[in-house]
Design a protein around this ligand. Sequence first.
Ligand code: API
Length: 287
Amino acid sequence: MPVENERTRFLKMTGSGNDFIVLDNRAQGISPEQGRELARLACRRKLSVGADGLILIENDPEVDFRWRFFNADGSEAEMCGNGARCAARFAHIKGIVAKSRMSFRTLAGIIEAEIKEPRVKIRMTPPHGLEPDLNVEAEQRSFRLHFINTGVPHVVCFLENDRALEEMNVFHWGRLLRHHRRFQPAGSNVNFALVEDANHMAIRTYERGVEDETLACGTGSIASALVAAAKGMVQSPVEVRTRSGETLTIYFDNPSTGAAAEFSQVYLEGDAKVVYEAELWKETLRE
Ligand SMILES: N[C@H](CCC[C@H](N)C(=O)O)C(=O)O
């Protein structure tokens, strides 16, 4: 079983609609393998707590804390923008970090965070690997996609208008593109994005590891904003309307446009709220 105790305390948190189980693992000793199993079992909606992901907070010798992030399917991901904002708020609420500014270690690198309750602003690790204007076929439909890694891999597909965004079958096409051979072996998250004006976008995201559309995706919002900036369509700050209706704000140094666009000082800001505090009962972890 992924946890020893019959009851395990946790916070259920939501980062703009992306929801997470957040657990203090400094004394629990949940191993990475147990974390994968715990995520897979506890993230099942209706059978257990239900969430898009599991976050374990752990000690770190150099920065304020370390985390391990697991998607709902148990896969461990290098980074999660909405989850990182929730992790920082959790650390502040639980007194793990008294200051309102902190830094913590992820598999993507060190994340700096500033608490502005209930909003949290985080500085991202440097985005990389921008590959614009990829022509990809799926089920006889052609897509013009743009790849970028914003801590995790993302492809961005720009749509023409609100109606196209609303009518997009995100589950069907997102799943096909997430598994497309062009993006293997790691796979990719898939964002359908609309540029409304130079400082406003709307997106819908199919998330790798959740294997469904989520109500918000932090690294996906950043990916969409930075690709749009590289193509000269937006400039910082960009307000991104997510599927939940909440807005994420992306800040970055306006890059020189074009494929070689380099981005620095990339920040993500939005709400990171506590939904409830509760105890996970071990009996819901049996399959
Ligand atoms: N599902 C993503 C990780 C979480 C990203 C998303 N929830 C965010 O807020 O950045 C992946 O495996 O690449």
